[in-house]
Design a protein around this ligand. Structure first.
Ligand SMILES: Nc1ncnc2c1ncn2[C@@H]1O[C@H](COP(=O)(O)OP(=O)(O)OP(=O)(O)O)[C@@H](O)[C@H]1O
Ligand SMILES: [Mg+2]
Length: 200
């Protein structure tokens, strides 16, 4: 797709040189700005498709999420968080910065769905040879129709500055950790479940 884009830019420049009318140049400007938006989108898409290299370290998920809940600057105070964790350490191999991006994307979604008196329940438990993390909120829930599309890139119901990439990126990171993520909803609840393989 880079080839045709470059071609269109060159043709546009050639047209600019042929025509003098300012009104036409304003149309060329609009065309050029759309072309550059398209080029930017293409770059973004390419980066989303790339498989990242990970520097894995053992992470105790209970401690990691407890720290997230305890650090108030890391989550908005417009909803309350209830936290439960397994008593034993739940160790997974992960890259902490990327996993934090997952938690942040989920917290942001809860914040953006929040109306009043929203509560988020975060649980970390053991399930067989997996660590299971659940984020359950009561911010309104998601319709059946939308549920099937949540992980699609650019699927958003918000518009504005939201790109519809939060859950797509979350799933990419979790799958690259050999884990799974799923979302279920029954009004007014939304439950995100993440499973990551335990290493001990
Ligand atoms: N906790 C939630 N409660 C209600 N709806 C949700 C929740 N989480 C996600 N959604 C719905 O899923 C859609 C996709 O979420 P996603 O995080 O991928 O994109 P976004 O939040 O719209 O945009 P971005 O994350 O790129 O800012 C949202 O637009 C919203 O409709
Ligand atoms: Mg989001």
């Amino acid at each position: 797709m880079n080839g045709p884009l470059t071609g269109m830019n060159l043709t546009l420049q050639a047209c600019r040189n042929l025509v003098r009318a300012p009104a036409i140049h304003r149309l060329f400007d609009a065309f050029e700005s759309d072309l550059s938006a398209l080029a930017q989108l293409l770059e973004e898409l390419k980066s989303l498709n790339r498989r990242e290299t990970y520097r894995l370290k053992p992470i105790d998920l209970g401690a990691e999420l407890a720290a997230l809940v305890e650090e108030p600057h890391k989550h908005p105070s417009i909803f309350t968080i209830k936290f439960e964790r397994a008593e034993t350490p739940l160790i997974v191999a992960g890259e902490v910065a990327r996993l934090r991006r997952v938690w942040q994307n989920l917290l942001t979604n809860v914040r953006e769905a929040t109306t009043t008196a929203t509560q988020l329940q975060i649980r970390v438990r053991k399930s067989g040879n997996m660590a299971r993390i659940t984020f359950k909120d009561n911010a309104g829930g998601i319709t059946k129709q939308r549920l099937t599309r949540l992980f699609e890139p650019f699927f958003t119901t918000k518009g504005g500055k939201n790109r519809g990439l939060g859950l797509f990126i979350a799933r990419k990171i979790i799958t690259e950790h050999n884990g799974k993520i799923r979302i279920a909803s029954r009004k007014p609840f939304t439950r995100v479940t993440i499973e990551l393989p335990l290493i001990v």
